[in-house]
Design a protein around this ligand. Structure first.
Ligand code: EPU
Length: 440
């Protein structure tokens, strides 16, 4: 983490890279393996630090984890699940929010779960109140202690009718991972329906779960006594694919993302096209390119699926600094995901942030003090600067800005990017980027 990553920008990225399984599915499918009585096999697993963190968390709970990094094959044997020491959980969980999702599976397997302070990207408060409410609905008892949160289920876990006031991805996963082995039926309304959630449902169904996803954000889960293992190939990482697409646009280049799939990226592709980006959608991937004509300003609102993902927002904002005119962005998922724009302004961008809900409809952050809308005036040439990575997606956005900027940028904290972007250094090399790293 102490090294500095230098990028000499101004040359178009050109070439081909491959994306493997989605970080935000792989980590959850790994947790799901805990629910089974038999080993599971997950394929297309990327070599990212979040996978290593969840592997360690599984190991300290007695799961035998074997990862063939090159082949991307992860084997997990949960035959001997056991309690972990709080200090070990704490030591391994610090930089991830995944431990909260261990609760349901651990309650089923061991009758108790301990959750330490949660990490994850600093993009707002990121509370866990929905998760704890969900667990209480199933009959769990939540006890906040100094060392963390201790959760038990003295009477076992029973299916429940649960409504989410906001379609939270994590809370929906919490319901799925708990309901599949709870007594009776669970009806979840107001659920998140991201493609990664559909893929997690597919994983759980392979294990023996009974889950139906309706068209109105309702999920019905009929609890079963026991679950087996699964064999599954993770859906590709659409956030990573979108990030490289924006890098192609900002650098005036062409990046073929093998593995990128059209359907889960449909909303992104519409916006990319409206901004003026070019694409060839193929069977085995998508080529994203700058067509040589000026990019166009747009009004955009982030939203839960099928809306425009918040995780695409930061890379796209960099592209909008190069668009002709005034773009308006309204971030409605996280209250605090625009802080990264001040560093872009230091690189020459003209981005003004506002507390108001600009552009679309008013959102739940509307009457609060959060800067969650932005007006981006372009095109503005970017120049190199010294920057520090704030969070995973913001960090990749800085990398994109640095690649498109004139001169050299020096980026600190580049290690955060390893959490979610597999082999990004190798991919940058394959695309012709000029960069070097030192320990200064
Ligand atoms: N929220 C609450 N209370 C809760 C949980 C969430 O108020 O108990 C709020 C959050 O603060 C946020 C909103 O609900 O404002 C949505 O959060 P959600 O629960 O949907 O997010 P998450 O499950 O914590 C996952 C991804 C994020 C991605 C979001 C939205 C993982 C590990 N993380 O987070 O990915 O942005 O869904 O799609 O799956 C990333 O990959 O960089 C990343 C941050």
């Amino acid at each position: 983490m102490s090294s500095t990553f230098h990028v000499r920008g101004g040359r178009p990225l050109d070439g081909e890279i491959t994306v493997r399984g989605a970080k935000n599915l792989v980590s959850k499918a790994m947790v799901a393996s805990l629910l089974g009585e038999e080993p599971s096999v997950l394929r297309s697993v990327p070599d990212i630090s979040d996978v290593r963190i969840v592997s360690d968390l599984l190991r300290i709970h007695g799961v035998k984890v074997d990862l063939d990094v090159e082949a991307g094959v992860l084997q997990m044997d949960p035959s001997n699940v056991e309690k972990a020491h709080v200090a070990d959980i704490d030591a391994h969980a610090g930089s991830s929010r995944i431990p909260i999702l261990f609760c349901g599976p651990l309650l089923h397997r061991l009758g108790e779960a301990i959750i330490p302070d949660l990490g994850g990207c600093r993009i707002g408060d990121r509370p866990i109140n929905y998760h704890l409410d969900v667990l209480r609905n199933f009959g769990a008892v939540v006890d906040k202690r100094e060392m963390g949160i201790h959760i038990t289920a003295p009477d076992g876990l029973s299916g429940a009718r649960i409504h989410l006031e906001y379609p939270s991805v994590g809370a929906t996963e919490q319901v799925l991972l708990t309901a599949v082995r709870a007594r009776g039926t669970t009806e979840l309304t107001g659920a998140a329906v991201e493609p990664e959630i559909e893929d997690l449902i597919a994983v759980l169904q392979k294990m023996g779960a009974i889950i139906s996803l309706q068209t109105d954000r309702t999920i019905i889960i009929e609890g079963v006594e026991s679950l087996g293992g699964y064999e599954h190939t993770a859906l590709p990482d659409r956030i990573e694919a979108g990030s490289w697409a924006c890098a192609a646009l900002v650098t005036g280049g062409s990046v073929t993302v093998r593995g990128a799939q059209q359907k889960p990226m449909s909303t992104f592709l519409n916006i990319f096209r409206k901004v003026g980006g070019g694409m060839d959608i193929r069977e085995d991937g998508i080529r994203f390119y700058h067509p040589g004509t000026p990019l166009k300003a747009i009004a955009l609102e982030t939203d839960v699926h099928p809306g425009f993902m918040t995780d695409w927002q930061q890379p796209l904002v960099v592209a909008l600094t190069q668009a002709d005119g005034i773009s308006i962005l309204h971030e409605t998922v996280y209250e605090n995901r625009l802080g990264f724009t001040s560093a872009l302004n230091n690189m020459g961008a003209r981005i003004q942030v506002y507390r108001d809900c600009l552009g679309g409809s008013s959102c739940r952050f509307g009457r609060s003090n959060f800067n969650h809308s932005a007006v981006i005036s372009g095109p503005t040439p970017l120049h190199g600067a010294d920057i520090t990575v704030p969070d995973l997606r913001g960090g990749f956005s800085y990398l994109i800005a640095a690649l498109g900027a004139e001169g050299v940028s020096s980026i600190r904290g580049i290690g955060l990017i390893d959490r979610g972007y597999e082999s990004f250094r190798e991919k940058l090399t394959a695309l012709g980027a000029e960069f070097w790293e030192d320990d200064a």
